[in-house]
Ligand binder design. Structure first.
Ligand code: CIR
Length: 265
């Protein structure tokens, strides 16, 4: 089995801006504290770096309150990168801000360009064999179809899947732990979309722990979900808990804070 889906040589992150207090959120659970978020972000970056990866940290973008959540701006595959077209109007411009950085790394990029197409990276889970895309309030059928056309000649099949109602992104509820194992909420795995994969369901009440990232030898999980942490440890993963209290106020988790990519194919 190849392990390109969790072996990474590079990552790109972006510092949160003071305007993060205006970031999008489904439910208002209080204003994020920038100083605490910066401390959590620094811990996140240091943890990625500790695995040996080169991590670029871009400057904050005041004009885009949600721009710390870089994952939504692009899809990075071994063959190349695709610039997304976020479904949130306030986030559309973030994709263009990311493009030059990916051009610098990949040489060129492809882009979702259709005016009716919307797709955000948080709705995309890449496994060893396929690209799963959840249709959501941010990602529509046109965006998924356009992505499928853009990655077909790179050999990637795209499969449209279900995002549970009321959940921001498909990957809010799942993560890839290794080439064949997915961490999921029970409400998502019950849809059957992971047939053929080994699925670990997060315990009831710890749904917010389903958004983790496998990054080289580590699994980064949000702090505060001890039953999920212990389940992952028992399953043999090396776990690092990262504070996520402030990003969680904006519906953000471990995956949204980075774009991750490996050596070019
Ligand atoms: C948003 O609503 O767009 C941001 N407040 C959170 C984005 C989280 N992104 C992700 O999970 N990939």
């Amino acid at each position: 089995m190849s392990d390109h889906s969790f072996r990474f040589s590079h990552a790109i992150c972006r510092l949160p801006a003071a305007s993060i207090t205006h970031g999008l959120r489904a439910v208002d659970t209080g204003s994020p504290d920038l100083a605490v978020m910066l401390a959590h972000h620094a811990d996140y970056v240091a943890t990625l770096r500790a695995t040996g990866a080169k991590v670029t940290v871009l400057p904050a973008l005041t004009d885009y309150p949600d721009s710390v959540f870089v994952e939504d701006t692009a899809l990075c595959l071994p063959q190349g990168a695709v610039i997304m077209r976020p479904g949130a109007p306030t986030r559309l411009g973030e994709a263009a801000e990311m493009a030059p950085h990916l051009v610098a790394l990949y040489g060129s990029v492809r882009s979702i360009a259709g005016q009716a197409s919307h797709i955000e990276g948080g709705d995309i889970l890449v496994t060893e064999t396929e690209v799963l895309v959840g249709r959501s309030a941010r990602t529509n059928a046109q965006g998924i179809a356009e992505l499928a056309g853009l990655v077909a000649d790179w050999g990637w099949p795209v499969r449209e899947v279900h995002t549970p109602p009321g959940v921001l992104h498909f990957k809010t509820d799942c993560s890839l732990l290794d080439g064949e194992t997915i961490l999921s909420t029970p409400r998502l795995s019950a849809s059957g979309c992971f047939a053929g994969y080994r699925v670990l369901d997060v315990p009831e009440g710890e749904e917010a722990a389903a958004n983790t990232i496998r990054f080289n030898d580590l699994v980064l999980t949000p702090a505060g979900f001890p039953r999920t942490r212990d389940m992952l440890l028992r399953a043999g993963y090396q776990v690092r808990e990262i504070g996520n209290s402030e990003c969680a106020k904006l519906d953000g988790g471990m995956s949204c804070l980075s774009l991750r990519f490996g050596p070019k194919a």
